[in-house]
Write a protein that binds this ligand. Structure first.
Ligand code: ADP
Length: 508
């Protein structure tokens, strides 16, 4: 099976003139602060590579303290500027325009994302970049629907003849530091920026150092859409430097973070400086429970897609599958067949179904999980090898014979690696599914409505899918239980991250 998973290492030219120009000039992209570009005060830059080939596509600024100070000051100043004077409708119109501009610049944004991150064309073009536009559309509506409450107080010490009236209003939390990861850069950025701006906040965005290009381009499009200077600032640079400085900055009121659980802990520590509000969308080890009556025609491609989509670099990926023993061999054979049919190649090739993982470091990390599983006696059903001259392509991999003590089974691998185990009793499978530090998502595959209903409530996860996995919509909120984080992205609930309640009490 392994031999049949081969790599097409051709690398097509981008279609978009802007991206062809970028490749020809490998520019140094500057920081976006207060509506314009500026180099890092220190002049420091980082290389950004095409993960499929290892070639340099651009340099980005490596922001230090002076740059973070400037970006936070711009965002604080913008909090009381024209942005604060705008009506909800005016803000909403800007967010709608941003969505339209994403659509109008679709090819460029897709190609930038592919070259920077490695994802296949179909993932960028048909899933993530349109979804980014739709986050802005959804929150454009929410911007006009923020609500407070009228209260019914029973205060009995008001002056005679007077009445006590009280109500609540919702106000923007202030300056938001949005810190985002490299797996799905633009959509995860949109999931922070759209609700933050709908709430009336201003933002300093720190994209991942591996994948900052679409964030910088988005800042230009947002300016074109009419966002006043300083409302969105983008500071690029290393997590442990730029990210840490931003997270600790006392001019920041709230951190909205997506990334690893380890970095989430560092963010919570940094937030103590001024007791910032924090929301965290962290790692996962999401289980798929496949019952004996599952409809295999949808379950096999569904579970396979749930782990191999975007090379498994998806926080909700179903990286564990517990499958009823009576159908285990058939399902595994089906998923292995699906894996064998995947076309590995450069994301710009529109036939590609599986691209490289984001970096050499990530490929090495994934490989070490596979090696350690092998050494512990697990069986590699298919895959397990790195391919390509730069070594960042990983064959879609299925491993059985694992247990919850093995790192590959209990830790987030963030690669195209599925661990699958058979069960006899669904209550055992449920116990294994919940025996995890994570609680981000899960799926149940069955035709039995009662089983689906019962298990969906018993699974410890922020999202449970039934007969599907990784289905998203701006109306559906996403976030974790346990060490998968707190706070929610997407959906109306995301607004809670960016709004404070204020109570107003009057004697009239
Ligand atoms: P990974 O470990 O997979 O690279 P991270 O969770 O570390 O993912 O990265 C998510 C985002 O957090 C990135 O933008 C990264 O630069 C940033 N980051 C990393 N370390 C820190 C830190 N100590 N403080 C703040 N941000 C950080």
């Amino acid at each position: 099976m392994t031999d049949s998973i081969q790599l097409d290492d051709t690398c097509p030219q981008p279609q978009s003139a802007a991206v062809r120009e970028l490749l020809a000039s490998t520019p140094t992209k500057e920081l976006f602060i207060n509506g314009g570009y500026q180099a890092a005060a220190s002049g420091a830059v980082l290389e950004t590579l095409d993960p499929a080939t290892g070639k340099t596509i651009a340099h980005i600024a490596n922001a230090g303290q002076a740059d973070i100070d400037a970006a936070v000051l711009a965002a604080r100043t913008a909090l009381t500027g024209p942005w604060a004077q705008m009506t909800p409708l005016e803000r909403s119109m800007i967010l709608l325009k941003v969505a339209d501009l994403i659509d109008q610049n679709m090819d460029e944004l897709c190609e930038l994302e592919i070259l920077d991150q490695g994802k296949p064309w179909f993932v960028a073009r048909w899933a993530e970049i349109p979804a980014a536009a739709n986050q802005f559309r959804f929150f454009a509506g929410q911007a006009m629907a923020l609500e407070g409450q009228t209260l019914t107080p029973s205060v009995n010490y008001q002056p005679p003849g007077k009445q006590v009236q009280a109500w609540t209003v919702r106000e923007p939390v202030g300056v938001v530091a949005a810190i985002t990861p490299w797996n799905s850069p633009l959509i995860l950025t949109a999931m922070k920026l759209a609700p933050a701006l709908a709430a009336g906040c201003t933002v300093v965005h720190k994209p991942a150092e591996l994948t900052s290009l679409t964030a910088l381009r988005l800042a230009e499009l947002m300016t074109e859409a009419g966002l006043p200077a300083g409302v969105l600032n983008v500071v690029t640079g290393e997590g442990r430097q730029t990210g840490a400085m931003l997270a600790a900055h006392t001019g920041v009121d709230k951190i909205a973070f997506t990334g690893s659980t380890a970095t989430g802990r560092a963010i919570v520590d940094a937030s103590k400086s001024n007791l910032k509000r924090v929301s965290l969308e962290l790692g996962g080890k999401s289980p798929a429970l496949v019952l004996d009556d599952a409809e295999l025609d949808i379950t096999i491609p569904g579970v396979a897609n749930g782990i191999f989509f975007n090379g498994g670099q998806v926080c909700v990926a179903n990286s564990r599958a517990y499958i009823h023993r009576s159908i285990f061999d058939k399902v595994i054979e089906g998923i292995a067949g699906y894996a064998a049919g995947l076309k590995l190649g450069h994301g710009l090739n529109q036939e590609t179904q599986l691209g490289p993982v984001v970096s050499q470091l990530q490929a090495e990390k994934i490989e070490s999980y596979i090696q350690s599983a092998k050494q512990s006696g697990a069986t590699i059903v298919t895959g397990g090898e790195r391919l390509g001259s730069f070594g960042t392509f990983i064959q879609p991999t299925i491993i059985t014979g694992t247990n919850n003590k093995m790192p590959v089974h209990c830790e987030e691998v963030f690669g195209p690696v599925l661990v699958a185990e058979p069960f006899d009793d669904i209550n055992d499978a449920l116990k294994w599914a919940n025996d995890s530090d994570y609680g981000l998502a899960g799926s149940i595959w069955t035709q039995n409505l009662s089983s689906a209903q019962r298990l969906s409530r018993q699974l410890e996860a922020g999202t449970v899918w039934i007969n599907t996995h990784s289905m998203f919509d701006p109306s559906m909120t996403i976030g974790g239980m346990k060490q998968s984080g707190y706070g929610r992205d997407s959906g109306k609930q995301a607004l809670d991250n960016y709004l404070e309640w204020k109570t107003i009490c009057a004697v009239i």
